[in-house]
Ligand binder design. Structure first.
Ligand code: ZN
Length: 295
Protein backbone atom coordinates (compact mmCIF):
# COMPACT_ATOMS: atom_id res chain seq x y z
CA UNK A 1 0.00 0.00 0.00
CA UNK A 2 2.86 2.36 0.88
CA UNK A 3 4.32 1.61 -2.56
CA UNK A 4 1.09 2.64 -4.22
CA UNK A 5 0.73 5.82 -2.15
CA UNK A 6 4.33 6.60 -3.16
CA UNK A 7 3.19 6.71 -6.80
CA UNK A 8 0.49 9.25 -5.87
CA UNK A 9 2.97 11.73 -4.36
CA UNK A 10 4.43 13.12 -7.58
CA UNK A 11 4.82 15.51 -9.25
CA UNK A 12 3.12 18.04 -7.00
CA UNK A 13 3.85 17.18 -3.38
CA UNK A 14 0.85 17.52 -1.11
CA UNK A 15 1.61 17.73 2.63
CA UNK A 16 -1.36 15.51 3.59
CA UNK A 17 -0.29 12.73 1.22
CA UNK A 18 3.33 13.08 2.34
CA UNK A 19 2.25 12.56 5.95
CA UNK A 20 0.02 9.61 5.08
CA UNK A 21 2.86 8.02 3.11
CA UNK A 22 5.51 8.51 5.82
CA UNK A 23 3.22 7.17 8.53
CA UNK A 24 2.26 4.15 6.47
CA UNK A 25 5.84 3.37 5.51
CA UNK A 26 7.04 3.48 9.11
CA UNK A 27 4.05 1.62 10.57
CA UNK A 28 4.98 -1.55 12.43
CA UNK A 29 8.55 -1.43 11.09
CA UNK A 30 9.79 -2.09 14.61
CA UNK A 31 7.92 -4.21 17.19
CA UNK A 32 8.73 -4.90 20.82
CA UNK A 33 6.92 -7.73 22.57
CA UNK A 34 6.95 -8.51 26.27
CA UNK A 35 6.75 -12.25 26.82
CA UNK A 36 5.34 -12.81 30.31
CA UNK A 37 6.48 -16.40 30.40
CA UNK A 38 5.17 -17.15 33.90
CA UNK A 39 1.57 -16.56 32.74
CA UNK A 40 2.01 -17.37 29.01
CA UNK A 41 0.98 -13.90 27.85
CA UNK A 42 2.62 -12.10 24.92
CA UNK A 43 2.04 -8.36 24.57
CA UNK A 44 2.94 -5.82 21.91
CA UNK A 45 4.20 -2.93 24.04
CA UNK A 46 6.17 -0.73 21.62
CA UNK A 47 5.69 0.05 17.93
CA UNK A 48 5.03 2.99 15.65
CA UNK A 49 1.42 2.65 14.48
CA UNK A 50 0.07 4.83 11.65
CA UNK A 51 -3.55 4.50 12.89
CA UNK A 52 -4.78 4.72 9.28
CA UNK A 53 -7.11 1.76 9.56
CA UNK A 54 -8.61 2.36 6.11
CA UNK A 55 -5.19 1.90 4.50
CA UNK A 56 -3.20 -0.27 6.84
CA UNK A 57 -4.10 -3.93 7.54
CA UNK A 58 -1.87 -3.97 10.62
CA UNK A 59 -3.67 -1.03 12.25
CA UNK A 60 -7.09 -2.31 11.12
CA UNK A 61 -6.36 -5.65 12.81
CA UNK A 62 -5.10 -4.05 16.01
CA UNK A 63 -8.03 -1.63 16.05
CA UNK A 64 -10.69 -4.33 15.82
CA UNK A 65 -9.06 -6.41 18.56
CA UNK A 66 -8.70 -3.41 20.85
CA UNK A 67 -12.26 -2.35 20.06
CA UNK A 68 -13.61 -5.66 21.34
CA UNK A 69 -11.45 -5.54 24.48
CA UNK A 70 -12.55 -1.98 25.21
CA UNK A 71 -16.29 -2.41 24.65
CA UNK A 72 -17.01 -6.00 25.67
CA UNK A 73 -17.38 -5.20 29.41
CA UNK A 74 -20.02 -2.56 28.63
CA UNK A 75 -21.99 -4.96 26.38
CA UNK A 76 -21.81 -7.73 28.99
CA UNK A 77 -22.95 -5.32 31.67
CA UNK A 78 -26.00 -4.32 29.58
CA UNK A 79 -26.84 -8.00 29.02
CA UNK A 80 -26.53 -8.80 32.72
CA UNK A 81 -28.71 -5.86 33.71
CA UNK A 82 -31.65 -7.28 31.79
CA UNK A 83 -31.40 -10.99 30.94
CA UNK A 84 -34.67 -10.92 28.99
CA UNK A 85 -33.09 -8.84 26.22
CA UNK A 86 -32.04 -10.70 23.09
CA UNK A 87 -28.61 -9.93 21.59
CA UNK A 88 -28.64 -10.04 17.78
CA UNK A 89 -26.66 -9.04 14.70
CA UNK A 90 -28.46 -7.05 12.03
CA UNK A 91 -27.10 -6.21 8.57
CA UNK A 92 -28.54 -3.51 6.30
CA UNK A 93 -27.49 -3.07 2.69
CA UNK A 94 -28.28 -0.70 -0.15
CA UNK A 95 -28.05 -1.40 -3.87
CA UNK A 96 -24.48 -1.56 -5.19
CA UNK A 97 -23.24 1.42 -7.17
CA UNK A 98 -20.14 2.83 -8.91
CA UNK A 99 -19.89 6.03 -6.85
CA UNK A 100 -18.67 5.31 -3.31
CA UNK A 101 -19.42 8.77 -1.92
CA UNK A 102 -22.96 8.75 -3.32
CA UNK A 103 -23.65 5.22 -2.01
CA UNK A 104 -22.22 6.01 1.43
CA UNK A 105 -24.35 9.16 1.71
CA UNK A 106 -27.41 7.19 0.61
CA UNK A 107 -26.83 4.44 3.20
CA UNK A 108 -26.12 6.95 5.96
CA UNK A 109 -29.28 8.95 5.16
CA UNK A 110 -31.39 5.74 5.20
CA UNK A 111 -29.84 4.68 8.50
CA UNK A 112 -30.61 8.09 10.03
CA UNK A 113 -34.22 7.92 8.84
CA UNK A 114 -34.66 4.50 10.42
CA UNK A 115 -33.25 5.77 13.73
CA UNK A 116 -35.54 8.82 13.48
CA UNK A 117 -38.54 6.50 13.05
CA UNK A 118 -37.43 4.71 16.22
CA UNK A 119 -37.22 7.97 18.17
CA UNK A 120 -40.64 9.05 16.84
CA UNK A 121 -42.14 5.74 17.91
CA UNK A 122 -40.67 6.08 21.40
CA UNK A 123 -42.33 9.53 21.53
CA UNK A 124 -45.68 7.98 20.63
CA UNK A 125 -45.65 8.79 16.90
CA UNK A 126 -45.89 6.12 14.19
CA UNK A 127 -44.67 2.53 14.27
CA UNK A 128 -41.40 0.83 13.39
CA UNK A 129 -40.01 -2.63 14.01
CA UNK A 130 -36.73 -0.88 14.86
CA UNK A 131 -38.29 0.40 18.11
CA UNK A 132 -37.87 -3.11 19.52
CA UNK A 133 -34.15 -2.35 19.70
CA UNK A 134 -33.16 -1.10 23.14
CA UNK A 135 -29.74 -0.06 21.90
CA UNK A 136 -26.97 -0.99 19.52
CA UNK A 137 -23.47 -0.50 18.10
CA UNK A 138 -23.35 0.10 14.35
CA UNK A 139 -20.52 0.19 11.84
CA UNK A 140 -20.16 0.76 8.11
CA UNK A 141 -18.34 -1.72 5.91
CA UNK A 142 -17.45 -1.39 2.24
CA UNK A 143 -16.55 -4.12 -0.20
CA UNK A 144 -15.80 -4.08 -3.91
CA UNK A 145 -14.79 -6.67 -6.45
CA UNK A 146 -12.23 -5.71 -9.12
CA UNK A 147 -14.50 -4.40 -11.86
CA UNK A 148 -17.64 -4.42 -9.77
CA UNK A 149 -19.57 -1.74 -7.95
CA UNK A 150 -19.18 -0.62 -4.36
CA UNK A 151 -21.18 -2.60 -1.84
CA UNK A 152 -21.71 -0.56 1.34
CA UNK A 153 -23.52 -2.10 4.28
CA UNK A 154 -24.11 -1.65 7.99
CA UNK A 155 -23.48 -4.21 10.72
CA UNK A 156 -25.29 -3.67 14.00
CA UNK A 157 -24.97 -5.48 17.31
CA UNK A 158 -28.31 -4.82 18.99
CA UNK A 159 -30.17 -5.62 22.20
CA UNK A 160 -33.78 -6.51 21.40
CA UNK A 161 -36.66 -6.07 23.82
CA UNK A 162 -38.75 -8.28 21.56
CA UNK A 163 -38.20 -10.34 18.39
CA UNK A 164 -38.15 -8.25 15.21
CA UNK A 165 -40.41 -9.30 12.35
CA UNK A 166 -37.77 -9.60 9.65
CA UNK A 167 -40.26 -9.26 6.76
CA UNK A 168 -41.80 -6.12 8.27
CA UNK A 169 -38.37 -4.53 8.88
CA UNK A 170 -37.31 -5.42 5.31
CA UNK A 171 -40.45 -3.71 3.95
CA UNK A 172 -39.65 -0.61 6.03
CA UNK A 173 -36.05 -0.62 4.81
CA UNK A 174 -37.24 -0.77 1.18
CA UNK A 175 -39.63 2.10 1.87
CA UNK A 176 -36.74 4.17 3.25
CA UNK A 177 -33.99 3.24 0.77
CA UNK A 178 -36.11 2.81 -2.36
CA UNK A 179 -33.56 0.30 -3.64
CA UNK A 180 -32.94 -2.39 -1.04
CA UNK A 181 -35.00 -4.70 1.09
CA UNK A 182 -32.07 -6.73 2.37
CA UNK A 183 -32.05 -6.90 6.15
CA UNK A 184 -30.43 -9.90 7.78
CA UNK A 185 -31.10 -10.67 11.44
CA UNK A 186 -29.18 -13.30 13.39
CA UNK A 187 -29.63 -14.01 17.05
CA UNK A 188 -26.44 -14.21 19.11
CA UNK A 189 -26.45 -17.31 21.26
CA UNK A 190 -25.55 -16.78 24.88
CA UNK A 191 -23.88 -20.16 24.88
CA UNK A 192 -21.08 -20.36 22.29
CA UNK A 193 -20.99 -24.14 22.67
CA UNK A 194 -24.46 -24.25 21.16
CA UNK A 195 -22.85 -23.39 17.83
CA UNK A 196 -23.90 -19.76 17.69
CA UNK A 197 -21.90 -16.59 17.98
CA UNK A 198 -20.83 -15.51 21.43
CA UNK A 199 -20.93 -11.82 22.35
CA UNK A 200 -17.21 -11.22 21.74
CA UNK A 201 -17.47 -12.69 18.22
CA UNK A 202 -20.62 -10.64 17.64
CA UNK A 203 -18.76 -7.49 18.64
CA UNK A 204 -15.88 -8.45 16.36
CA UNK A 205 -18.36 -8.85 13.46
CA UNK A 206 -19.45 -5.26 14.02
CA UNK A 207 -15.94 -3.87 14.17
CA UNK A 208 -14.14 -5.96 11.63
CA UNK A 209 -12.18 -4.09 9.03
CA UNK A 210 -14.20 -1.30 7.42
CA UNK A 211 -12.55 -2.39 4.15
CA UNK A 212 -11.74 -5.90 3.01
CA UNK A 213 -8.18 -5.25 1.85
CA UNK A 214 -7.46 -8.63 0.27
CA UNK A 215 -10.53 -8.31 -1.99
CA UNK A 216 -9.71 -4.80 -3.17
CA UNK A 217 -7.20 -3.30 -5.57
CA UNK A 218 -4.73 -0.75 -4.20
CA UNK A 219 -6.27 2.15 -6.21
CA UNK A 220 -9.74 1.25 -4.84
CA UNK A 221 -8.41 1.13 -1.27
CA UNK A 222 -6.73 4.51 -1.77
CA UNK A 223 -9.97 5.96 -3.18
CA UNK A 224 -11.99 4.57 -0.23
CA UNK A 225 -9.49 6.02 2.25
CA UNK A 226 -9.72 9.47 0.68
CA UNK A 227 -13.51 9.32 0.52
CA UNK A 228 -14.14 7.98 4.03
CA UNK A 229 -11.22 9.07 6.20
CA UNK A 230 -13.08 11.94 7.86
CA UNK A 231 -16.38 10.07 8.21
CA UNK A 232 -17.68 8.61 11.41
CA UNK A 233 -17.96 4.89 10.67
CA UNK A 234 -18.79 3.48 14.12
CA UNK A 235 -21.64 4.69 16.28
CA UNK A 236 -23.85 3.59 19.17
CA UNK A 237 -27.29 4.38 20.56
CA UNK A 238 -29.78 3.57 23.30
CA UNK A 239 -28.59 1.30 26.11
CA UNK A 240 -25.28 0.75 24.28
CA UNK A 241 -24.58 4.44 23.75
CA UNK A 242 -21.03 5.48 24.55
CA UNK A 243 -18.98 3.10 22.41
CA UNK A 244 -15.24 3.74 22.72
CA UNK A 245 -12.90 3.84 19.76
CA UNK A 246 -9.38 2.77 20.79
CA UNK A 247 -6.74 5.48 20.31
CA UNK A 248 -3.77 3.44 21.45
CA UNK A 249 -3.21 0.30 19.35
CA UNK A 250 -0.63 -1.25 21.68
CA UNK A 251 -1.14 -3.60 24.63
CA UNK A 252 -0.82 -2.46 28.22
CA UNK A 253 2.18 -4.05 29.98
CA UNK A 254 1.42 -6.37 32.90
CA UNK A 255 2.57 -5.02 36.23
CA UNK A 256 4.79 -6.90 38.65
CA UNK A 257 5.67 -9.90 36.47
CA UNK A 258 9.03 -10.86 34.96
CA UNK A 259 9.22 -10.97 31.16
CA UNK A 260 11.50 -11.49 28.19
CA UNK A 261 11.67 -8.56 25.77
CA UNK A 262 11.76 -9.45 22.05
CA UNK A 263 12.64 -6.82 19.45
CA UNK A 264 11.71 -7.34 15.80
CA UNK A 265 12.53 -5.24 12.72
CA UNK A 266 10.79 -5.51 9.37
CA UNK A 267 12.97 -6.04 6.31
CA UNK A 268 11.31 -4.80 3.15
CA UNK A 269 13.43 -6.85 0.73
CA UNK A 270 12.75 -10.07 2.68
CA UNK A 271 9.11 -9.13 3.37
CA UNK A 272 9.57 -10.55 6.85
CA UNK A 273 10.49 -9.63 10.40
CA UNK A 274 13.89 -10.41 11.89
CA UNK A 275 14.40 -10.97 15.58
CA UNK A 276 16.92 -8.25 16.43
CA UNK A 277 17.42 -8.57 20.11
CA UNK A 278 16.22 -10.55 23.11
CA UNK A 279 16.53 -9.19 26.62
CA UNK A 280 16.13 -11.84 29.28
CA UNK A 281 14.90 -11.51 32.80
CA UNK A 282 13.51 -8.03 32.54
CA UNK A 283 11.15 -7.40 35.38
CA UNK A 284 10.34 -5.46 38.48
CA UNK A 285 13.26 -6.59 40.64
CA UNK A 286 15.62 -7.95 38.04
CA UNK A 287 18.38 -6.00 36.28
CA UNK A 288 17.84 -5.66 32.55
CA UNK A 289 20.76 -6.48 30.32
CA UNK A 290 21.29 -5.86 26.66
CA UNK A 291 21.68 -2.34 25.32
CA UNK A 292 19.15 0.43 24.97
CA UNK A 293 17.31 0.35 21.66
CA UNK A 294 15.58 3.37 20.21
CA UNK A 295 12.14 2.74 18.70
ZN1 ZN B 1 -0.63 1.23 10.42
Amino acid sequence: MAGYVDTQRQPKKRPDIEKTFTNLKQCASYLVFNDYYTVDDLRLVKAHTCKQHLLCPFCAMRRSGKFVAKNLPKVEQVINENRSRIPALVTFTVKNGPDLRERFNHLRAAHRRLNQRRRNHLNGKGHTEWSKVAGGITSYEFTKQDEGDWHPHIHALVMLDDFIDQKALSAEWLDITGDSFIVDIRRIKSNPNAGGLDIASGLLEVCKYALKFHDMTLPDTWHAYQTLRTRRLVDSFGVLRGVQIPDNLLDDPLEGLPFIERHYRYHHHKRAYDLQEVRHDVGPDLPAFGHEVRV
